[in-house]
Structure formats: structure tokens, C-alpha cells
Design a protein around this ligand. Structure first.
Ligand code: AHG
Ligand code: MN
Ligand code: MN
Length: 338
């Protein structure tokens, strides 16, 4: 595209986009606006800390394990504290679920009709110490009106109204899915860290040729997944290429811009494996972002967004995500046409 083209000029903030979105009710906007502002504020803080990470001595392990039994990095903790604080300050989040805490955090001072947020405050932890791409992921839910008992994360009646991620890389990106559209913003550190975008919705490009998966798990996958990968590598036309960063945010972002399929299948017994990525704060928000960009995310059988969360708020799911053409092709090849 011509660099002088007006559509390349980035002047729109996430707030302006939300205010101009007709499909969101004034009541929802009034809650969503401070929450999205809090996410970008937290993103600025994280971006600045990550950029100076080794100088501040924050790129190592925190010396403990999280609820998933994974080693907690110092930046996981900083991400947790940062986003927890900025979200609490909005007083529009009633309860916050995080990868880093076994139970959701209830904010008693908040609006009783406030929204629910689920987050992975730092995604791609293994990339921290090597200065590779990392991110933060958020899902924002609205609750149905209830009488008496509050319908929080323990309840079962919630609707995903926004998905977002922040990518900390050569530049810092903020991607937000609201009301059927996905938008990209880039942080401009020279103007107080404002996130600016074109205002044009993002779409997966057609004809993507990237597949992203950790192939070292090949022996653990179901045969139908193995067969698909073997087909991709030996027969598919046009030929595909493999790219894998090892951070969902980084891998999905590249695939969103270039066209590619992300696969983190279940391991082990067919139909019983659980995958690695967490439903509420990794798969859900990425599924909304993909869907509003003209794609889809599935667990290999059904749409991620059709899966009802059970009682385990940290449940894991297999994740296949990308543009409709590539995910449909995967489903056709693996015997579950969409
Ligand atoms: P987290 O750092 O929040 O635990 O998430 C890491 C996830 C995801 O971002 C990434 O795609 C995947 O783990 C990488 O896992 P493998 O190292 O098994 O490929
Ligand atoms: Mn993660
Ligand atoms: Mn994480």
C-alpha cells in the first residue's frame, strides 16, 4: 500500500473506536471504556519494564510455582500485580480471574453490575529471559442480571463481550475484538505511550501459507493430527512454511497479519487429552479476535466459543486457530468438517 495512503495514518485510539461503535449499548460502553483504558495503561507500564528488563534484574525466575505447577517468572508476578491494580482502580471489574492465582479476586468496592475479566498477565514466559516476544491476554465478560446471588466466575451465565491482547516485541501492539470487529493499535512511546491505529478493522489475509505448532510433540498427537501435519509437509499445494515463536500472542499476531494456522492439539489418549492453553483467558479471547477478523478457533471438533466453561476455571483445551480457509481445511482433513 502506498505509504502516503490516508488509511496508513494512525490516529485512532481504542477509546475513540469504542465510542464510535454503534453495536455496544451506552451502559456497556460506560463499563468497557475504563477497562480498556486500564489495559492500555497496564500495557505501557509493562512495555517500559520489559524494555529495561535485564537492567532492572526482572528477567529471571520468581522461585515458585503457580496453580498450573509451572515455574513463576518475576515478570509473571509483575504482570499480575500491574493488571490487577489498574483493573481494580476502574471500579468496573467485579471479579478478576488470572492464570497466576488459583481463585478469582473479588473487588468489593466495584460497581455491583461490573464486568468480569479473565487474564493471562504474561504469556510466553519461557521467552522472557531471551528477549523474544511475550504478551498479555484478556477476556471481558458481561453477566446476565441476577437477583440476589451474584453471578460471578463460579456461575455459568456470562457472555464474552471483548477479547484483547498486548504484544511486547520490537513495538508494542494492542489488539482488541469488540462488536464483530478486531482492531490493531501500536504504542507510540514518544507521545506518552498512546496506542494509535488506523481505525480500519483487521482481517486475516486470504491464502495464508504458515502453520505454527510445536512439532516436538508429534509422537504424542492423535493419528489424524499427525496425518494432517504429514500432508502439510509433503503434499499440500501451495507449500506451507513453519513459524513458531512459542508465545501464543506472538504466533497468533503473525498469523493474523500474514495468514496462518496455529495448532496446539491435545496430547495423549484420543478425545481425552486436554491441550495446554487455558480456555477462559487464552483460548476464548483469541477465538473472539480470530472470529471478528474473519477466522475461527476450535478445539479440533467444535468452535471454542461454543464450549461452556466447567467448574475448573483454569481448564485447558486444544486450540486450532486461524483464517477460515486454513482451519476449514484442517477440519476436513482430520474428519470433522466445519
Ligand atoms: P504461559 O507463558 O502463559 O504459560 O503460556 C505459554 C503458552 C503459549 O503462549 C505458547 O503458545 C505455549 O505455551 C508454548 O508451549 P510449548 O513450549 O509447549 O510449545
Ligand atoms: Mn499463556
Ligand atoms: Mn502466563
Amino acid at each position: 500500500m502506498d505509504q502516503g495512503d490516508k488509511s496508513t495514518i494512525r490516529t485512532k485510539t481504542p477509546t475513540e473506536i469504542i465510542l464510535a461503535t454503534p453495536g455496544l449499548s451506552p451502559e456497556l460502553k460506560q463499563k468497557l471504556l475504563p477497562i480498556i483504558s486500564a489495559l492500555t495503561r497496564g500495557g505501557k507500564i509493562m512495555s517500559s519494564l520489559i524494555a529495561r528488563g535485564p537492567l532492572l534484574g526482572i528477567t529471571g525466575s520468581a522461585g515458585k510455582e503457580n496453580v498450573q505447577g509451572e515455574e513463576v517468572q518475576t515478570l509473571d508476578r509483575i504482570g499480575q500485580d500491574t493488571f490487577c491494580r489498574v483493573l481494580e482502580e476502574t471500579q468496573k471489574v467485579r471479579e478478576l480471574l488470572s492464570e497466576e492465582e488459583p481463585l478469582p479476586t473479588f473487588f468489593p468496592e466495584s460497581d455491583p453490575d461490573g464486568l468480569l475479566v479473565a487474564m493471562d498477565p504474561l504469556d510466553g514466559s519461557s521467552n522472557i529471559s531471551v528477549n523474544a516476544s511475550i504478551g498479555s491476554i484478556f477476556a471481558v465478560f458481561r453477566r446476565s442480571k441476577t437477583t440476589g446471588k451474584e453471578n460471578l466466575f463460579g456461575g455459568d451465565d456470562r457472555e464474552l463481550v471483548a477479547g484483547a491482547y498486548i504484544l511486547y516485541s520490537a513495538s508494542t501492539s494492542f489488539v482488541m475484538a469488540i462488536d464483530q470487529k478486531t482492531y490493531l493499535f501500536t504504542m507510540d512511546p514518544s507521545f506518552g505511550g498512546e496506542f494509535l491505529g488506523t481505525g480500519e478493522p483487521l482481517h486475516f489475509p486470504a491464502g495464508g501459507k504458515i502453520y505454527s505448532t510445536n512439532e516436538s510433540y508429534f509422537p504424542l498427537w492423535e493419528k489424524r493430527i499427525q496425518d494432517y501435519i504429514l500432508w502439510v509437509k509433503s503434499e499440500r499445494q501451495p507449500v506451507m512454511t513453519s513459524r513458531y515463536i512459542g508465545a501464543l500472542v506472538g504466533d497468533l499476531h503473525r498469523n493474523l497479519l500474514k495468514g496462518g494456522i496455529y495448532l496446539y492439539p491435545a496430547e495423549g489418549v484420543p478425545g481425552k487429552g486436554h491441550g495446554k492453553l487455558r480456555l477462559l483467558y487464552e483460548a476464548y479471547p483469541m477465538a473472539l479476535i480470530c472470529q471478528f477478523a474473519g477466522g475461527i478457533a476450535t478445539d479440533g471438533i467444535r468452535s471454542i466459543l461454543s464450549i461452556k466453561p466447567g467448574s475448573d476455571l483454569h481448564a485447558r483445551v486444544p486450540l486450532i486457530a486461524g483464517p477460515m480457509d486454513l482451519v476449514s481445511e484442517f477440519h476436513k482433513k482430520t474428519g470433522n468438517p466445519l
